[in-house]
Design a protein around this ligand. Structure first.
Ligand SMILES: Cc1cc2nc3c(=O)[nH]c(=O)nc-3n(C[C@H](O)[C@H](O)[C@H](O)COP(=O)(O)O)c2cc1C
Length: 332
């Protein structure tokens, strides 16, 4: 129990630098973060990157791995060079994005049905790369077996880690992560393997962890966005030294004392204020906050009531009042 590590998966439009910094300030348990993917790195200067997103001066988290979505070795190497100049030690390649406008162009998980393209890409990358290189992928785009020949290719290269989300691209985020299939792949993979998918509670973590032993690294996703205490809750198991506690499905705020509601409130307000500062007071921040609330609502007893209130908001003042009401008013 002492040995597992937890990371937070990247979410385009949610887990940007302000999110990561504010999250880290308010909650523990996450050992490693990833940036949402970068694309279109066409020039040789770091200025081409959204600098705040990646500049170490704007990022307070200790372990951060920048991610790129690309099928062009030259672009990946350009990104790697810029990341190295900024002091990063690892980059991650996104081979998991399932959105049709990406995958239809044989990018993201759309590359997985084409082993020869994957091989050519990795050949090009590993010929020159001089920092750690990891990959995040799915079981396939159309079929869950597409990963098998791809793993043979991955095994030819010294990947620093392989993160597998056991869904296929066509599923998007629907249905269940196929934990059994992931477990079958474990003996085939040479690189350190990271499990990602459907960890939403301590109970689901324990169930999945048992199925995928001896994997020791787990990437949290929507479960952590919905319940920002999740990594702390799972982390407590480390302290419990091998003892598998009986734990039920967690965790509505109303069930917890111990300042939990206050901590969540402070986090949400801090994130909003930070985003507002970055956006120069623009109501654009509402989009990102709503996106977060589409997950965070599950911390509340009646998520749909919360969501109906949040989704119709279109002014900053209205947002601020609604959030105050949610935490101090009649709704909780
Ligand atoms: C809105 C949204 C944006 C995402 N953006 C990224 C991304 O930029 N890079 C990436 O590798 N995964 C991305 N993901 C996938 C998540 O990191 C994660 O792999 C996925 O949610 C599965 O884990 P979960 O079942 O624990 O949520 C995104 C997912 C969603 C729903």
């Amino acid at each position: 129990m002492n040995t597992f590590k937890l990371s937070l998966g990247p979410f385009q439009g949610i887990t940007d630098a302000p999110f990561r910094n504010v999250f880290k300030k308010h909650f523990g348990g996450i050992d490693k973060f990833y940036t949402p993917f970068f694309t279109g790195i066409q020039k040789d200067h770091a200025k081409n990157l959204q600098v705040e997103e990646i500049d170490p001066a704007c990022n307070d988290v200790e372990h951060l791995t920048p991610q790129i979505l690309s099928t062009d070795a030259t672009e990946i190497l350009r990104f790697a060079t810029q990341c190295k100049e900024l002091g990063y030690q690892e980059i991650n390649l996104n081979m998991g994005c399932p959105f049709p406008r990406v995958a239809n162009k044989k990018r993201g998980c759309g590359l997985l049905p084409y082993p020869e393209k994957v091989e050519a890409l990795l050949n090009g990358v590993f010929e020159h790369i001089d920092l750690k290189f990891s990959i995040k992928c799915r079981l396939g785009y159309f079929e869950p077996d597409e990963i098998v020949p791809i793993i043979d290719i991955f095994n030819q290269y010294p990947l620093s880690e392989l993160i597998i989300h056991p869904r296929i691209g066509k599923q998007l985020y629907k249905g269940e992560a196929d934990v059994k299939r992931f477990a079958e792949l474990i003996p085939l993979v040479k690189a350190p393997l990271v499990y990602n998918g459907d960890i939403v509670s301590v109970e689901s973590f324990l169930r999945i962890r048992k199925e995928v032993q001896p994997v020791g690294e787990f990437m949290l996703g929507r479960g952590l966005l919905a319940n920002p205490f999740l990594a702390e809750e799972i982390g407590e198991l480390r302290v419990a030294a091998g003892e598998l506690r009986e734990v039920g499905e967690l965790s509505k705020l109303s069930e917890f004392g111990g300042g939990r509601k206050e901590r969540l409130h402070e986090y949400v307000v801090d994130l909003y204020e930070d985003r507002l500062r970055h956006a120069g007071g623009s109501p654009k921040v509402l989009g990102r906050m709503k996106e977060l609330w589409s997950y965070l609502m599950y911390s509340f007893d009646d998520p749909q009531v919360i969501w109906r209130k949040i989704k119709k908001i279109n002014a900053l003042k209205e947002y601020e009042e609604t959030v105050e009401n949610l935490f101090h008013g009649e709704l909780l």
